[in-house]
Ligand binder design. Structure first.
Ligand SMILES: [Zn+2]
Length: 134
C-alpha cells in the first residue's frame, strides 16, 4: 500500500477521535489501546472501538512561541489539553482563536484541519485541532 493511501486510510481514526473502551470495566482511552491497563492483570481488558466526544473544555493550555521548522508560518500558536464531555483528556492545537482570549474552561470542539504542508513525499497531513465552540 502506498504512503498516500495509508494516510487517507488513517483519516477517519484521527478525525473521529477514535478511542477504545474496555469491555470489562468501561474505562475509555484515547489514543486507542489494545489492552486495558487496569484490567490486564486479571486476564480481562478486551477493548472495543469508542468514538470520543468532539466537544469539551480547555483543561490547561500553553502558548508555543518556538515552532518547529515545518510550522514557521504558524507561530506563535496554542496547544491545549482538553477535557472532553465524556471525561477524556486529549491534547491538540487550538486554531481560529485570538491567543489572548484563550482561557481555562473555554468551550472547544474538534475539527479536521491540515496539520502541515506537503513535504518531499507529497503527503499532506490531516488531523484534528480545536476551535472555540461558542
Ligand atoms: Zn478495563
Amino acid at each position: 500500500m502506498s504512503a498516500v493511501a495509508k494516510e487517507w486510510r488513517e483519516i477517519p481514526a484521527r478525525y473521529n477521535l477514535e478511542g477504545s473502551e474496555c469491555g470489562n470495566c468501561g474505562r475509555k482511552y484515547f489514543p486507542k489501546r489494545n489492552m486495558c491497563p487496569h484490567c490486564r492483570r486479571n486476564g480481562f481488558g478486551k477493548m472495543r472501538p469508542y468514538d470520543v466526544s468532539k466537544k469539551g473544555k480547555i483543561f490547561t493550555f500553553s502558548i508555543i512561541h518556538d515552532a518547529p521548522e515545518a510550522n514557521r508560518d504558524l507561530k506563535p500558536y496554542a496547544v491545549a489539553m482538553v477535557r472532553t464531555d465524556d471525561g477524556l483528556l486529549i491534547s491538540g492545537q487550538l486554531t481560529d482563536v485570538d491567543l489572548a482570549q484563550i482561557e481555562i474552561g473555554m468551550r472547544v470542539r474538534a475539527v479536521l484541519r491540515k496539520l502541515g504542508d506537503a513535504g518531499p513525499s507529497g503527503i499532506i497531513h490531516y488531523g484534528f485541532k480545536f476551535v472555540p465552540d461558542l
